[in-house]
Design a protein around this ligand. Structure first.
Ligand code: PEP
Ligand code: MG
Length: 330
């Protein structure tokens, strides 16, 4: 029988972590944050770390670029909230739905297909270089466990961009990763994997670009649904690609962990499907975290794989969702 909203709320408020499936399989369940206060707050709850720190959100109204020192202070607060755990800082995702005043973004006909995310390099490479300097400095201030902070770039589309970003991170002792939100990365994931240490799937943008449906459009909400089987198939492809690369490497020395940090991970049933597809970490808004944690505690990895197979076998998102909910609660 489907659990009532009341039961879900009770289960969520009783759940204290750490996140694991019913068979004991650990889950990396992390928080999405946008500033130091959010990070400190998340540290008081059951989050296992931070899977997405949206740095641009702290600077949206700034008319001028924050100095390296200002940035380092902010980043150190966020890294310091989880001194012993994973914290993934995303470099500025300027443009489109998050215009940054100081970045000098051009006026564009199609900003979602324009200069955004890592493409800010096309205007001025200095902005990213200074941000990476600030993150490295923040890591040094926070200490040993954060001495090689995880940093990821948004809107990566080509291998050359991934390689260049990773080089600039490694020169500073940072651990480089990329977001998978442009379909080109998912399609050719085997070509990207050798260059980075982790990947994080941004389902908000990946869905928008796979379905060619503006994420801001309410008219297109049905298309813009991460339950769309085409989106799930791409996520599966990324996870399978990483697993294949790991098994080809000598004694599993190159395992690139694959996470999801888009809103999709905050839907408890979709979270089960994502784990079943082979994703190893989920990063969600702190308010959603106990709901996801409590739901995952009730299913095994085998069950998640079964649910993922059911979803992949559908043609419509609504059909996939109903099939999964029914089988999960059975
Ligand atoms: C995403 O695209 O899924 C994502 C996590 O990034 P943002 O929502 O900040 O674009
Ligand atoms: Mg995005």
């Amino acid at each position: 029988a489907a659990a009532s909203d009341r039961q879900l709320r009770d289960a969520a408020s009783a759940w204290t972590g750490p996140a694991a499936l019913a068979d004991g399989h650990p889950v990396d369940l992390l928080a999405n944050v946008k500033d130091g206060d959010g990070a400190q707050e998340a540290a008081g709850g059951p989050a296992g770390g931070i899977g997405l720190f949206r740095t641009e959100m702290a600077f949206l109204s700034r008319p001028d670029e924050p100095t390296v020192e200002e940035q380092a202070e902010l980043y150190a607060r966020v890294l310091g909230a989880f001194p012993e755990a994973k914290v993934v800082t995303r470099t500025l995702d300027a443009g489109s739905d998050k215009p940054l005043a100081f970045a000098g973004m051009p006026d564009e006909e199609n900003p979602a297909l324009g200069v955004r995310g890592i493409r800010i390099d096309l205007l001025d490479r200095g902005v990213l270089d200074r941000q990476l300097d600030a993150i490295a400095e923040a890591g040094r201030r926070v200490g040993r466990a954060q001495s090689s902070p995880w940093v990821m770039a948004p809107m990566i589309a080509t291998v050359a961009e991934a390689r260049d970003f990773a080089d600039r991170c490694r020169q500073r002792g940072l651990t480089p990763g990329i977001m998978v939100e442009v379909p080109s990365v998912a399609v050719s994931v085997d070509r990207f994997l050798p260059h980075v240490d982790f990947m994080s799937i941004g389902t908000n943008d990946l869905t928008q670009y796979v379905m060619a449906a503006d994420r801001m459009s309410t008219d297109l909400a049905a298309l813009n649904d991460p339950w769309q089987p085409a989106v799930l198939r791409l996520i599966h492809r990324v996870a399978e690609g990483a697993a294949a690369a790991a098994s080809a490497a000598p004694n599993g020395s190159r395992r690139v962990p694959i996470g999801v940090c888009g809103e999709a991970a905050a839907d408890p049933h979709l979270a089960m499907v994502l784990l079943g597809l082979g994703v190893s970490s989920l990063s969600v808004a702190p308010a959603a975290l106990p709901f996801v944690g409590a739901a995952l505690a009730g299913v095994t990895l085998e069950k998640c794989r079964e649910l993922a197979a059911l979803a992949l076998d559908c043609d419509e998102p609504g059909q996939a969702r109903s099939a999964v909910i029914e089988a999960a609660d059975a």
